[in-house]
Design a protein around this ligand. Structure first.
Ligand code: FES
Ligand SMILES: [Fe+2]
Length: 368
């Protein structure tokens, strides 16, 4: 079918062909190997001495915690004869020992010991990933080109420069949904999608965006929103807001004002070519001077409510098909164009801005 279209050499037909391809592909026509920071676990899932197995970006990986507490994330297969280090591998002090022949691997992925030879194989190395542990999450830097991190993973407290810390909040509440058919970009697009709030989250009126800053890999979105009152209110009279910081495509943190003090982290990590793991975390602000037990119960209930609202989005995203070019209302153009253009920088193939880009790439055999 595509070959038949090609004979016409007409831009119009090529464009139509692009649409046909995009609308029939089950997986998103966007790379599932984007560059950036992505959550692969929670810190408390990996105690000292633990070897944790996981699959992200189509790679089998292990995360292991040395005696010193240092966490290493590396590809899972031993460079000797290929044993999977996550099945029987053991932490010995500061190194990881393979279950098959006892070779030991350092936190840099270097072979540091072959137990039946007087020197290690210095040339062999298992690929490791830069790691940060922040806000109870384990984030890794993923980049197919192997570049060092060139932006920072956002911090839910320090990122808002307001002197806040975890001590000002009740314990983190979490949602974890594995292997859903969705792409991280869908989740980020919520940050420009003002109209969905009324329909998905049942806000009485449509929120108004007060900031869209997509100039750098870390981008910023602020909006005025309310969940209270009826549809007679004017958005100009509303005094509650959300500020969001997007650290690339993988992690977004938010701070809410003027309503119950809450902060959230959403972290979406590609597992393979069609699915992603979804993690969502909520912190509710402490309320001094109130009955502590009652206040904590209330905070837990409110946290559940925030998670429930995020799940409403998840239900849409997991069944969504990437629409490109989308049919946008006039007021939606600017935001969606900006975010899609911004997202493109994280794709190793640079594809993602428009249907024509995706089509051109598919003709070169390079579909994301
Ligand atoms: S396969 Fe790992 S030590 Fe032999
Ligand atoms: Fe939403």
């Amino acid at each position: 079918m595509v070959a038949a279209f090609q004979e016409f050499h007409s831009p119009h037909y090529e464009f139509v062909a692009a649409l046909v391809i995009i609308r029939t592909m089950a997986k998103p026509p966007l790379s599932m190997k984007p560059t950036g920071w992505f959550q692969v676990a929670w810190s408390d899932e990996i105690a000292v001495g633990d070897v944790h197995t996981m699959t992200y970006f189509g790679q089998e990986m292990v995360a292991w915690r040395a005696e010193s507490g240092e966490l290493t994330v590396m590809n899972a297969y031993c460079e000797h004869l290929g044993a999977h280090l996550g099945f029987g591998g053991s932490v010995v002090g500061e190194v990881l020992q393979c279950p098959f022949h006892g070779w030991q691997w350092s936190q840099q992925g270097r072979n540091v010991r072959i137990p039946y030879q007087d020197r290690p194989n210095r040339g062999r190395r298992i690929r490791t990933y830069p790691v940060v542990e922040r806000n109870e999450s384990v984030y890794i830097w993923h980049d197919v080109a192997g570049r060092a991190p060139y932006f920072d993973a956002p911090d839910i407290f320090a990122g808002f420069n307001d002197g806040s810390s975890a001590d000002d909040y009740y314990p983190q509440q979490r949602l974890y949904r594995e292997r859903l058919e969705l792409h991280p970009q869908y989740v980020l697009e919520n940050g420009v999608d003002f109209a969905h709030f009324k329909y998905v989250h049942k806000t009485p009126i449509v929120p108004v965006f007060t900031r869209h800053d997509f100039a750098a890999p870390v981008s910023f979105v602020d909006f005025t929103i309310t969940f209270e009152g009826d549809d007679n209110q004017k958005i100009e009279d509303i005094d509650s807001r959300v500020e969001a910081v997007n650290g690339g495509l993988g992690i977004a943190v938010t701070k809410s004002w003027g309503m119950i003090d809450n902060r959230t982290i959403s972290a979406i990590t590609p597992v393979d070519e069609s699915t992603s793991d979804v993690r969502f975390m909520v912190y509710i602000g402490r309320t001094p001077g109130t009955d502590p037990v009652r206040a904590e119960t209330k905070a837990r209930e409110f946290g559940h409510e925030v998670i429930r609202q995020f799940e409403q989005d998840v239900e849409i995203w997991r069944h969504q098909r990437y629409s490109d070019p989308p049919a946008l209302a006039n007021a939606e153009h600017e935001g969606f164009t900006a975010i899609r253009q911004w997202a493109k920088q994280f794709y190793p193939d640079g594809i993602g801005g428009s249907a024509a880009d995706v089509y051109a790439a598919s003709q070169k055999g390079g579909t994301a």
